[in-house]
Design a protein around this ligand. Structure first.
Ligand SMILES: [Zn+2]
Length: 329
């Protein structure tokens, strides 16, 4: 696939002393973001940002990338990776997509089958809680900022209602900021503020952007507003990368971008939209896979053994080729 040209940045040949500062300032003045994650940093010392672009199918993503309209993703994957991810075991909607993306479990474990058939995700199943168990909740900040209410909500049970998916996970998080309909400019600013607040420690942050899904429902998957919404999300990806650089945590922070579900081609719905993606500046990601593989990938790349997680995760890290060989044939 054709990639748009990227301004080269020779990070390892920068001069030292005052000239180095000048060179850095000149480089940072460039409009394009520069993925700077350093895979030599040991996994247990890294932080990570996971961005969800709600309703962005990989067909349109590829098209916009090839047209040079997504400089944020282009820069992210330049030294990293972009792979195909498929949804295989649940309805292609917001509630079920994020439940699997952020727990690694299918509906039989989370109870989240679709926007209309769900229960609160049981406490302890999320990637946030798995990281806290492994490293200690005071050693890694867990952050969830979202752009939708109900389907990504945290309201507890009430009269004739079972409670929203994140109601039992929310109390464990260091930061929950959701339960509201917001556009990218609001979520983006909240995300940057959160990075500034937690840059001094390890963190795992999830930022959800709902703009493309909204535009797709209103105007359709082939519409300009749908494309513009994706471009707007890309600008915020750019801003997140720039903020990580400004905070001097870009070397230690991996950035991942994915989607809960895609969109039915040329339609205003996503009934059969399993084709999504994972884009990252982590070069260890070497293969495509299933949405259930995202959590094992995050855990492995943050230094937590996914095989040690209970209940057993069905997915495998996208950093290895296929299932490990059995020691006994
Ligand atoms: Zn939708």
């Amino acid at each position: 696939m054709a990639q748009p040209a990227i301004v080269p940045f020779v990070q390892h040949q920068a001069p030292r002393g005052p000239r180095r500062l000048l060179a850095a300032l000149l480089s940072f003045g460039a409009a394009l973001p520069l993925a700077a994650f350093d895979s030599a940093v040991p996994p247990a010392q890294r932080s990570a940002v996971l961005v969800s672009w709600d309703g962005v199918g990989r067909e349109r993503l590829r098209e916009l990338l090839a047209a040079g309209r997504l400089p944020g993703v282009s820069a992210l994957v330049r030294d990293g990776s972009q792979v195909d991810v498929d949804v295989t075991d649940h309805r292609t909607d917001t509630k079920a997509g994020h439940a699997e993306m952020l727990t690694g479990y299918g509906p039989e474990v989370t109870g989240v089958r679709s926007n209309t058939r769900s229960r609160p995700i049981p406490a302890g199943l999320s990637v946030f809680e798995a990281l806290q168990r492994r490293f200690g909740s005071d050693r890694i900040a867990t952050i969830m900022i979202t752009a939708k209410a109900g389907n990504l909500g945290s309201a507890g049970p009430g009269f004739l209602r079972r409670g929203q998916p994140w109601s039992l996970v929310r109390p464990s998080l260091t930061v929950w900021d959701g339960d509201a309909l917001r556009d990218a400019s609001v979520v983006g600013q909240l995300a940057l503020a959160c990075l500034r607040r937690f840059a001094g420690q390890r963190f795992f942050a999830f930022f959800h952007f709902g703009d493309a899904d909204r535009a797709g429902h209103q105007k359709g998957e082939r519409s300009d507003p749908y494309a513009e919404a994706i471009v707007s999300c890309d600008r915020w990806l750019n801003a997140i990368a720039a903020e990580l650089r400004a905070l001097a945590v870009d070397r230690t922070t991996m950035v991942f971008v994915t989607a809960d579900h895609g969109f039915d081609l040329a339609r205003r719905e996503h009934r059969d939209a399993p084709r999504v993606f994972l884009a990252t500046d982590d070069p260890a990601v070497v293969r495509g896979g299933d949405q259930r593989d995202i959590v094992p990938t995050l855990l492995a790349e943050l230094g937590a053994d996914p095989a040690a997680v209970r209940p057993t995760l069905a997915g495998l890290p996208l950093t290895s080729i296929g299932p490990p060989e059995s020691p006994t044939q």
